[in-house]
Design a protein around this ligand. Sequence first.
Ligand SMILES: Nc1nc2c(ncn2[C@@H]2O[C@H](COP(=O)(O)OP(=O)(O)OP(=O)(O)O)[C@@H](O)[C@H]2O)c(=O)[nH]1
Ligand SMILES: [Mg+2]
Length: 318
Amino acid sequence: MNKLVTEVLQGSVRAMARLITLVENEDPCSLEYLGAIYPHTGNAHVLGITGSPGTGKSTLTDRITTALRRRAQSVGIIAVDPSSPFTGGALLGDRIRMQRASGDSEVFIRSMATRGNLGGLARTTADVVKIMDAFGKDWIIVETVGVGQDEVDIVRTADTTIVVLAPGLGDTIQSMKAGVMEIADLYAVNKADRSGAEALLTEVKLRVEQDAEIKKTLWQAPVLKTVALDDQGTESLLDAVVSHRNFLKQSGNFEIVRREKAREETLSLLKEEISRTMVEKILGNGRFEALIDDIVAFRKDPYTSVQEIVGTIFPDSE
Ligand SMILES: Nc1nc2c(ncn2[C@@H]2O[C@H](COP(=O)(O)OP(=O)(O)OP(=O)(O)O)[C@@H](O)[C@H]2O)c(=O)[nH]1
Ligand SMILES: [Mg+2]
């Protein structure tokens, strides 16, 4: 087996950091390495933490990490900031807010920001999760800013997702879009020391109850109060996460969800690979520019042309 992969599996933090960098940079070797570590994954519990900017996700991540360490669990943290192209900035802020956790050698923190497209970022996040998992982290926390579709895609890699809300930040029922309700296994109403927290708590609880009634789900997302700043409510929140994990395992949902994820992931890899190799081949065969000349001159149209090209590559697909 490759030396770097072996070192990661043996628990070398430096090797893990290097492998993550290779994956982030889409190094040509990275797919082979990811393939080699794959059989060693599937042991960590992946916790997604998402919510509007400034709700206290990083502070909460820090508290949960400390609570996990008290329970003798090792932790990897991935802080994803889709809006920021500067990993350095994200890193600095997160390090400050995750001070306690970052001083612990059993805690590994990695920040990631948008490089290419967001689909890419979701993929990279999933790959980094696998690396930390193979390394042997018991828990992997993925913190991502925002509550839009892009973030939904990123936290989809998580087994359990906490949506963090806070009073005074415009977090209301209206802001809880369908996508968010879909991914939330738990809600943390953070900054419970602030006014408006009680009202927000009631509002979210009501919404969750209504939603659970309509969908007849087996798991109803608990809504818990926290004051991350003062480490209040952390243990209860973690207990609820553990309950959700047990629910997943006992109900058989764990296998269903993991299968769905494996399917989506493989399909997305397949699409990417087919697209890459086919386009390379087509562009390499010289006739493409002549075709473009025809399209520009209106002798051909792009729609029929694409169908024709695909038809020559896959003659049986009609
Ligand atoms: N009053 C109060 N402030 C808090 C609480 N939790 C966090 N904060 C403060 O809220 C601010 C934002 O906290 P962060 O943990 O950085 O929030 P975040 O959601 O990670 O922020 P982004 O990553 O920028 O979206 C900081 O100044 C925290 O100190 C809390 O429970 N109560
Ligand atoms: Mg943060």
